[in-house]
Design a protein around this ligand. Structure first.
Ligand code: ADP
Length: 470
């Protein structure tokens, strides 16, 4: 099959979260299964710093208000970028993609991100035609307008829209539409972009794509309910026959404690003693002594991730001798609260507010438990990475967390979204720490098959069904 995979972030180019990991691992896994996959990605100006070996892959005039917009395509394809990897085609338009924060509004322009990704979507339609894609795989709101432009530009190629997080919707004032060449009759409730008085990219993707998928079976069910549907539950429920839940994998080439160069001492399921050495090394790095269990957090610090439960539980955790290290960035209020805690309890709490791949890996490897008490979680990669590194996760049983962590077997789970329920699960983890089942649980975690092979086969079956009109 010839699949165009459109995404706003992909490892190793740009990453804010799990979407970037998926956008590397899934296309590569499909390539390994013999498919032709082309990743199409915006060329953000800051990618200049990455010094990628790119070639100019041509220019195109994209239909755009006021005539046409010229975009340039840059390609990793020509020189066989890296063996076994899906090639990437970048869409370059300096006026639209010269930004620090691609998803955010700029100081003076609330519509900037809308214009940016609208142009990206229309370029995707252009490339799908030129490349002869049989199917277009879309990901989250930045790609939501592709099926709309495909209708305008009369491209019949079928589309699959994957939901990685319903919390990000790309809703803009309807005044954006004339600026991006969307006729006003698309501003309608059924099968259009209208969403509570806004022009919503997510709405367009959800209502106009041929099929929908999301990244875990549990989340596929949850988003059909008001608590998780973020306003789209009705639409998703009515399309439930088209909605598929396929669990993400993790890239086991990239996340491998036996080969990870960022981990001081590599280890596998048969050499857990080496994991202990990483722990000791990490404790030293953090300035902690070795008298209690070490909890680690690697996460965006946003409400979704249940950071509140951790903050509300800090006193109780410290009282029970826990050491806790947090790596993440996000909301100021969480960063401030964690910074204060680290200052007040330097021997128990450490916090780092930056994106740091190396430290993340040392935390996954050296921690005793990984905390991920999310309010909602489409799939979650952190808990799967932690399992692979033999660090049992303590998670709220929601979405993909419920689908990947078995309570008392491959981690610990709690149901109620309260600090008390979180502490109860933590209590059970502390009880098991270094107890009779401790190493057995870590080994069970490490033995889980989280590779993309299985998930890629499920996507392949879904693509087949779409192409054969089933
Ligand atoms: P989300 O996509 O909602 O952010 P996931 O658990 O699906 O959550 O994916 C998070 C990914 O980002 C994981 O690979 C995690 O290791 C990584 N990550 C999150 N925050 C940081 C950080 N501050 N430094 C390094 N890696 C991070």
């Amino acid at each position: 099959m010839r699949i165009l995979f459109a995404t706003s972030e992909a490892v190793p180019f740009w990453k804010t979260g799990g979407l970037a990991d998926v956008s590397r691992a899934l296309p590569d896994a499909l390539v390994a299964r013999g498919h032709e996959v082309l990743i199409v990605h915006p060329y953000y100006r800051f990618l200049d710093d990455a010094g990628l070996p790119l070639e100019v892959g041509g220019y195109a005039r994209i239909p755009w208000p006021g005539g046409a917009m010229t975009v340039r395509y840059l390609s990793t394809e020509e020189d066989g970028f890296r063996k076994g990897e899906a090639p990437t085609l970048f869409v370059d338009q300096p006026y639209y993609f010269d930004v620090e924060d691609p998803y955010g509004p700029t100081r003076f322009d609330r519509l900037a991100a809308g214009r940016r990704f609208a142009l990206f979507c229309r370029a995707v339609v252009d490339r799908a035609r030129a490349w002869g894609a049989e199917l277009i795989h879309l990901n989250d709101w930045p790609t939501g307008l592709v099926p709309l432009y495909a209708r305008i530009d009369r491209l019949p190629t079928p589309t699959l829209f994957s939901i990685h997080n319903m919390g990000y919707q790309g809703n803009f004032p309807p005044g954006l539409l004339p600026e991006i060449g969307v006729p006003s009759d698309f501003y309608r409730i059924d099968d259009g972009v209208e969403f509570y008085g806004t022009a919503s990219f997510l709405k367009a993707g959800l209502s106009m794509s041929d099929r929908l998928s999301t990244v875990s079976p549990s989340y596929a069910r949850e988003i059909q309910t008001p608590d998780f549907g973020a306003g789209f539950e009705g639409l998703l429920h009515s399309r439930r026959g088209d909605l598929h839940g396929i669990l993400n994998g993790i890239d086991t080439r990239v996340w491998d404690p036996a080969a990870d160069p960022a981990v001081p001492m590599n280890y596998d399921v048969d050499s857990l003693a080496a994991k202990e050495l990483n722990r000791v090394e990490l404790l030293r790095e953090l300035g902690f002594d070795d008298r209690g269990p070490l909890f680690v957090v690697v996460s965006r610090l946003v409400e979704q991730k249940g950071i509140e439960f951790i903050l509300d539980s800090l006193d109780a955790l410290i009282g029970r001798g826990v050491r806790i290290a947090v790596l993440g960035s996000g909301d100021r209020r969480y960063e401030d609260a964690l910074a204060r805690a680290a200052e007040a309890f330097p021997r128990h709490v450490a916090a780092f507010f930056r994106f740091d791949e190396g430290l993340a890996r040392r935390l996954y490897a050296g921690g005793d438990y990984f905390l991920m008490p999310s309010l909602y979680e489409p799939c979650g990669l952190g808990q799967m990475i932690a399992q692979r590194y033999g660090t049992p996760p303590i998670v709220r049983a929601t979405g993909g967390l419920a689908d990947t962590v078995e309570d008392g077997v491959t981690g610990f789970t709690f149901e109620e979204p309260t600090a008390e329920a979180f502490q109860e699960a933590v209590g059970r983890a502390l009880w098991s720490w270094r107890g009779p089942d401790w190493n057995a649980m870590r080994r069970r975690c490490m033995r889980l098959d989280r590779s993309w092979r299985r998930s890629a086969a499920e996507y392949e079956a879904l693509y087949d069904a779409i192409l054969s009109g089933r």
